[in-house]
Design a protein around this ligand. Structure first.
Ligand code: GRF
Length: 201
């Protein structure tokens, strides 16, 4: 069985989608643990689904946060999924899980990403720039912020009447699909990474 850990910080709708997809027997994997760096509704979703939850408070662990998360995850999971996780992972966890940590970002990287670019700010920046398409990106996590190799992207149109909220909602729907597809590719061992390029077998 392909075993994953999910890191969260927020409402956890991406996590919920994965939970539901597994329940519907569409994804043959197990979520072993859900870890949050703060009190978050995502933890409630995990508890309701009988998944082990752990709070590793960023305010308590500070620069030891990543090491504590690694300790809680253990070193034998197949994949770590960052589903709305707001802290930056550093140090040993990036080596132990090299090329096995993925993040979902709500824009088409390399646009509207990097430090401080999260939540509605991303969508507001896309609207302010006047782009006509936006979307989401699933990528490998490396030591930078949103800099790792891109696995897949989904696009959505941007409409003149969009607000950051309406654009966010349209992109959210694509995030769910992108994350499901990516996890399945990993579970089927179809992801190959060379240099900084991702090949899908
Ligand atoms: C998503 O927009 C994701 O792209 C970003 O954080 C948000 C998490 O949403 N990294 P949710 O908590 O899964 O609802």
């Amino acid at each position: 069985m392909f075993r994953i850990g999910v890191l969260v910080s927020g409402s956890g709708t991406n996590l919920q989608y994965i939970i539901d997809t597994i329940k519907q027997n569409k994804l043959d994997i197990k979520i072993e643990k859900v870890i949050s760096d703060r009190e978050a509704y995502a933890l409630e979703r995990a508890k309701k689904a009988n998944i082990k939850t752990i709070l590793v408070d960023r305010k308590i662990y500070k620069n030891k946060l990543s090491d504590k998360i690694l300790e809680e995850l253990g070193e034998d999971l197949d994949l770590i999924v960052l589903a709305g996780f707001l802290s930056i992972l550093r140090g040993r966890i990036l080596e132990v899980y090299k090329n096995r940590i993925i993040n979902i970002h709500p824009s088409l990287i390399p646009s509207f990403c990097g430090e401080g670019m999260y939540g509605l700010k991303v969508h507001q920046a896309a609207l302010d720039y006047g782009v006509k398409v936006s979307g989401c990106t699933v990528h490998i996590v490396d030591s930078g912020t949103d800099t790792g190799p891109i696995i897949l992207q989904k696009t959505v149109p941007v409409y003149a009447e969009d607000t950051a909220e309406t654009l966010q909602e349209r992109i959210h729907q694509q995030e769910y699909i992108a994350l499901e597809e990516t996890i399945r590719l990993f579970a089927e061992n179809r992801i190959k990474i060379e240099e900084r390029k991702v090949y899908i077998k």
